[in-house]
Design a protein around this ligand. Structure first.
Ligand code: URA
Length: 441
């Protein structure tokens, strides 16, 4: 078999066999297939697409390129969750404890921020002392004892994806549904949970910009998981506005704790309740109404918040900041970004908001950059809100005052204020399962 022929076959619209996909992917991991040939194949896939069967086979080959985690030493059904990425998306910090408090095991591996989007592991590390890298024994023991652990993804999970994602990032081949589906699902299958809830974000801050593409990505990921014997469902959620008000690591932890204590923003709380209910449903805890009631109860009776504190404590975290977010270290400087005129916020580009928070130090510009956990943005006015001229739209936080000007330029570049109130997107557009698509909007 020759890589040249595999590239040519895909370039001409052919369907690759498992053997051909394995030759390309395993060769790339081993180093016998060079970057330029894998780049050519990825571009051919980008342009010609893949059948469902090809995507499923590619996913399986990628999943098996590293460790396949066996979670059978943890009793009971294990449910995982994955978001395709967003700004202010702190749902894992809420729903993982809610679901664990309802008696479903969470043995979860999460990622770090990528581009303008944040990552759960960076947020967890904003809590002083928190260890996000545990040995396998520690991880299993913690999940068996307290029902929950969230750790960083080991470098040995879906090794092919790590290498291929880095190549896609620099060859303009990220935005391709079969490649995104196989990238995400290879990691989820390797991570070993029995059931997986996918949060497919849609909007200007997400990879998927329209409902049809988001549904297609969800459909492909659900099909891949189902073919591998996992229970999978996906919610299509809005990313035309950040979730909640806070963007930045410590700020987002504080807001998540507010949701767990029943005093969080309505949009974030509602999305978390819908995601948590769907995870409980996948775990067989009852019908949707019963699962929703269970999730609401776990917040109302404080058990979800206490579960979250137990998880952080078990991983070495200082839970005093969870109980009193005022104890988080504060950024040295703050800056109010004010409205130039009165009117409604008609557009507030989410990618630009995310990039502004990165410029303030809340994310990484280069891979090796350190994160400033205190940096970020608190939004006082969001898409659809009315502002007066000179009123504060948001507060920036940073340790270096010179960061405010570029962050402001970025934020204002995506801001449109006008006389008419815009139509607001729904929080959740649709639910996709192996049985079909249920649209809510
Ligand atoms: N997230 C991933 O893990 N992979 C992609 O390809 C896109 C988003």
């Amino acid at each position: 078999m020759r890589m040249y022929d595999i590239i040519a076959k895909k370039r001409d619209g052919g369907v690759l066999s498992r053997e051909e996909l394995a030759f390309a992917v395993n060769g790339y991991v081993a180093g016998s297939v060079p970057d330029y040939q894998m780049s050519a194949l990825l571009m051919a896939v980008y342009l010609c697409g893949m059948t469902d069967e090809e995507t499923a086979q590619l996913t399986d080959v990628m999943a098996r390129s590293g460790d396949m985690v066996d979670l059978s030493a943890i009793e009971g059904i294990k449910v995982d969750k994955h978001s395709t990425g967003g700004v202010g998306d702190k749902t894992t910090l809420v729903i993982a404890p809610v679901v664990a408090a309802c008696g479903v095991k969470i043995a979860k591996m999460s990622g770090r921020g990528l581009g303008h989007t944040g990552g759960t592991i960076d947020k967890m590390e904003a809590v002083p002392g928190t260890r996000t890298s545990l040995t396998r024994e520690e991880f299993f023991r913690q999940v068996n004892e307290i029902g929950i652990s969230v750790i960083g993804q080991s470098g040995q999970i879906a090794v092919a994806d790590k290498k291929m994602y880095a190549l896609r990032d620099v060859t303009a081949t990220v935005g391709c549904i079969p490649l995104i589906a196989s990238s995400i699902m290879s990691k989820k299958l390797a991570a070993g949970s029995d059931a997986i809830l996918l949060d497919v974000t849609m909007g200007d801050g997400a990879f998927m910009k329209d409902l049809d593409s988001a549904i297609e990505l969800a459909r492909q990921m659900v099909a891949i998981g189902t073919a591998h014997g996992r229970k999978v469902a996906a919610l299509i959620t809005d990313m035309d506005k950040p979730l909640g008000h806070n963007i930045g690591n410590a700020l987002e932890v504080a807001e998540s704790m507010a949701v767990l204590q029943g005093k969080g923003p309505a949009d974030l709380t509602e999305v978390c309740l819908q995601l948590a209910s769907n995870m409980l449903l996948l775990a067989g805890k009852g019908d949707m109404a019963a699962c929703r009631a269970m999730a609401e109860r776990a917040i109302a009776d404080g058990s979800a918040f206490e579960t979250c504190c137990r998880m952080f404590a078990a991983q070495g975290g200082d839970t005093s900041v969870l109980r009193d977010p005022g104890l988080f270290r504060k950024a040295k400087y703050s800056y109010e970004l004010t409205a130039p005129c009165a009117g409604y916020i008609r557009k507030n580009d989410v990618e630009k908001i995310g990039n502004a928070s990165v410029l303030l130090g809340a994310g990484r510009i280069k891979k090796e950059d350190a994160i400033d956990f205190a940096a970020g943005i608190t939004m006082h006015k969001k898409l659809g809100d009315h502002v007066e001229a000179g009123e504060s739209i948001c507060t920036f936080y940073a340790d270096d005052e010179t960061l405010f000007a570029p962050a402001e330029e970025m934020y204002r570049g995506g801001l449109v204020i006008g006389a008419e109130k815009p139509a607001l997107p729904p929080l959740v557009y649709a639910r996709v399962t192996a049985g079909g698509v249920e649209k809510f909007a």
